[in-house]
Structure formats: C-alpha cells, structure tokens
Design a protein around this ligand. Structure first.
Ligand code: UD1
Length: 419
C-alpha cells in the first residue's frame, strides 16, 4: 500500500501551475465517440480517472497517444455500443455515465453498466435518464447495466428537477446529433459544463447558453474532430489556494482562472486571507489568525461541494466557530471522524458540520475516505505537529496530478511511500 507521509510545519512559498480540469476532460474524452475522427486535446491532466477512461475506450476501439499534456484521440476505430463486458472498469468511476449519452448520440443505442465514483451519498442518474427519455429513448435496466435505445432522437424541453452537472453534460452529449432543438432548463453552470459545450461546438455542434441555466442545443447532422485546450482545474486551483492560505506565506497559482474561484476567494478573504488576482494567476498570502466563517455548498457560482473538505481544514484552525452546510451530497462528512484523530473539534449532524477552531492539529495516521477528503487530509498534515501519514491515496491519484511533487516544489515535506 502507498501512503503520503507529511512532516508538518514547513512554510510554502513560490509558484505552481494548475493542470487541466478533471471534470471537463472526463466529459471531453467520451464526447470524441460522437464521430469518427482525430482530436488533439491540450492541457489534459495525467490523473488516474483519465487513465481509466482511456482503458475503457481502448476496449471499444479508440486509440490514444500522449505527449506531455497533449492527448491525441483517434475514434475512427470505435466499433461498439455495448460496454457491458467492461463492468469492472466502468463501475470504478462516476464519469463513465457519459458513455450512455455519447453512444446514444452516435449509435442511437448504448448498453452501459451503472457508474461508481466516490461514496459521498446517494448518486442516482434518474435525471440523466429523464433527459434521454424526453429525447425519445427507451430505457431498461438489464443485469445492472443501463440499456438505452431510440429509433431516432428528437429535440425536447427538459427541466432538471435538481441542478446536476452530470445530467446537464450527458443530455448535451445525447442531443447534439438529435433532430431539432433541445432546451435544458435549470441546467448546471459549472465551468466544466461550459468547457464541454465549447468543445462540442468545436466539433461542429450548435450549443448556446452554456454557463446560464438554459442551454439550447440545435441538432446537427455531423460532427468532426478538432484541436482543443482544456480549462484549468477549478478544484485543484482551490486546493492549492487553501494550502497556501494555511501555511502562512506567499504562493502564486499560475494558469488559474480567477473568475472560476470567486466563491472561494471571497470566503478566504472573509477568513482574513489575502487573495490577489493577477490575470491568469492567483496570489494567496495566508495570515494567522484566521477568522471563522460559514459555508453552504451550492451549484456554481456558489461554493463548490468539492472544496468543502479542503476549506474545513482552515476552519479547524480559525478563531471561533465555523459552520458548513452541505447541500449537494448527503454523506460528505465521513472525513471529519479521521480529522478528529488529528485534534479537530468538529461535530456532524445530518448535513451540517460545526467546527470549533483550535490552535494546532496533531499529526497521526489517517485514512482518505474519498478524493477531496484525501486532499484535505494532506493539507491538514502540512500544518499539523509532527508526522501525518495518509493512506488510501489512490483516491487522491484519481484527481490530482503530481500532488506531492507540486507541494514539494513549494517547500512542503511530503513523501510517497510504500508500506
Ligand atoms: C459532478 C462531479 C463531482 C462534483 C459534482 C457537484 C464529475 C465527474 N463529477 O458529480 O466532482 O462533486 O458534480 O459539483 O463531473 N442527482 C440526482 N439525480 C441525478 C443526478 C444528480 O438526484 O440524476 C443529485 C445528486 O445525488 C446530487 C446532486 O444531484 O445530490 C448533484 O449531483 P451532480 O451535479 O449530478 O453530480 P455528479 O455528476 O455526480
């Protein structure tokens, strides 16, 4: 088993480059199935979720070549819409649900085992299916796989009862080649939703309104390959901003988009942290003592649920009481129990976590309970007394490229170890 061993108390300083957005790339890769062509995608992070997605698509006949952060995808060999033989790989990741939308769009049928992903609550895909049904697809659950089929897909008005990133993107994938106009109402507005819409438009799709709550997709007859540059990762940017804030000094996060970080930036400023936007970079200067603050997670442009765990570490070291209300996922506080072992004073009731700030966390062994929780535990280790050992780091590998290397480049003492 591999762990991260962190010696706390070292100040971070310097510059760091943020890689491309995980949740954008995980939509862009399956989007290439919508036609038979070659794509050159720049700024693709080298993370395990991308590796896993490539593995699934290779089995379907797609080929990949990586050169640094450039991924060339050739979907000319795509030969199947039935993914049921690849259940093991598909059930390991959440974003595998995009195979349904992409293959339905391309072949008007798909068989895809149910997705997996971090265990942070009940994660149904009923809204995705509602969208496919509205486009004319018949849906069945066959031995744990979703089977969708349509004679033809026809544009429709689809209202999402809950703002869902996954459903918004999946419906866009299915609708770009449908006949007529599809309107998604109460659509998600996350930066990666916009990036995937932009990518589809580069492929020849006609999507308008991405980034607002009404997205209009006018179906086109054909799509084609393209070159594309993926936006920087909002959550990785936020994680490094919080790391910088925690360790008290001055870090410049380069290749970041300040506009995407407004909810976090304003919360950090409220807590007494200095955040300076510098074009395509964000400079963060932590200043203790931190003030307490309250956070409610919300769809974009609200505070992202994926940064709830990292910011909790800052709250654990703030003066006074902070409250987190998690409104997206009902089970996203499992990590709190681990952090209590490091001296955090926090209680959880239903979807609310009350944190009483403390002067110092204390290093010990903790177990990452999911991707963002793992990152939060590493951040806790950076400022805890002595050594923190974080296990289950395969979760962190799913979403952060070279997490330890990046932190080391800023002066952190962190090692990846086999135990
Ligand atoms: C995506 C992100 C994840 C992020 C989340 C919220 C990917 C691969 N993952 O996850 O990192 O934490 O957005 O920003 O991009 N819901 C339903 N029915 C559905 C779909 C969703 O009830 O059909 C509910 C979910 O249970 C959840 C809420 O809607 O309570 C939001 O989920 P959604 O935005 O769809 O998240 P994911 O696509 O799973």
């Amino acid at each position: 088993m591999e762990i991260y061993e962190i010696e706390g108390g070292h100040k971070l300083e310097g510059e760091i480059n943020v890689t491309g957005a995980k949740n954008a790339v995980l939509g862009i890769i399956p989007a290439t199935l919508l036609c038979s062509d070659v794509f050159t995608i720049e700024n693709v992070p080298n993370i395990n979720d991308v590796v896993k997605y490539k593995k699934i698509l290779k089995k379907l006949g797609v080929t990949f070549e990586r050169d640094g952060d450039v991924l060339t995808i050739n979907s000319k060999g795509l030969c199947d819409y039935d993914c049921s033989p690849y259940e093991d790989e598909i059930s390991e990741m959440r974003a595998s649900y995009y195979l349904i939308g992409a293959l339905l769009g391309r072949y008007k049928k798909a068989i895809v085992p149910l997705p997996g992903g971090c265990s942070i609550g009940d994660r149904p895909i009923d809204l995705h299916l509602k969208g496919f049904r509205a486009l004319g697809a018949k849906i069945e659950n066959v031995h744990g796989a979703i089977s969708v089929e349509a004679e033809k897909l026809k544009g429709a008005r689809i209202y999402l009862d809950f703002v869902s990133v996954g459903a918004t993107i999946n419906i866009m994938l299915a609708a770009v080649l449908a006949e007529g106009e599809t309107v998604i109402e109460n659509a998600a507005k996350e930066p990666h939703v916009v990036d995937i819409a932009n990518f589809l438009n580069h492929m020849g799709a006609n999507i308008k309104g991405a980034g607002t709550d009404t997205i209009k997709i006018r179906g086109v007859k054909k799509l084609h390959g393209c070159d594309y540059n993926v936006i920087p990762d909002q959550i990785a940017t936020g994680t490094y901003m919080i790391a910088a804030a925690l360790t008290d000094v001055d870090v410049l996060i380069k290749n970041a988009i300040p506009k995407h970080m407004e909810a976090l930036t304003s919360k950090l400023r409220e807590m007494g942290v200095e955040v300076i936007n510098e074009g395509f970079g964000i400079r963060v200067r932590g200043k203790r003592p931190f003030k307490s603050a309250d956070v409610k997670t919300l769809p974009y442009p609200g505070f992202p649920t994926d940064l709830q765990q990292p910011i909790a570490i800052l709250m654990m070291l703030a003066d006074g009481v902070s409250i987190i209300e998690e409104s997206i996922f009902e089970n996203r506080f499992k990590y709190i129990e681990e952090l209590r072992r490091m001296g955090a004073d926090a209680t959880v009731k239903d979807r609310t976590c009350v944190i009483q700030g403390t002067d110092q966390l204390s290093g010990t062994q903790v177990r990452a309970t999911d991707l963002r929780a793992g990152a939060a535990m590493v951040l806790a280790g950076l400022v805890a007394d002595g050594f923190t050992r974080v296990s289950n780091i395969h979760y962190i590998d799913r979403g952060y490229e070279d997490f330890d290397k990046n932190l080391r480049s800023l002066g952190a003492v962190i090692e990846r170890k086999e135990v």
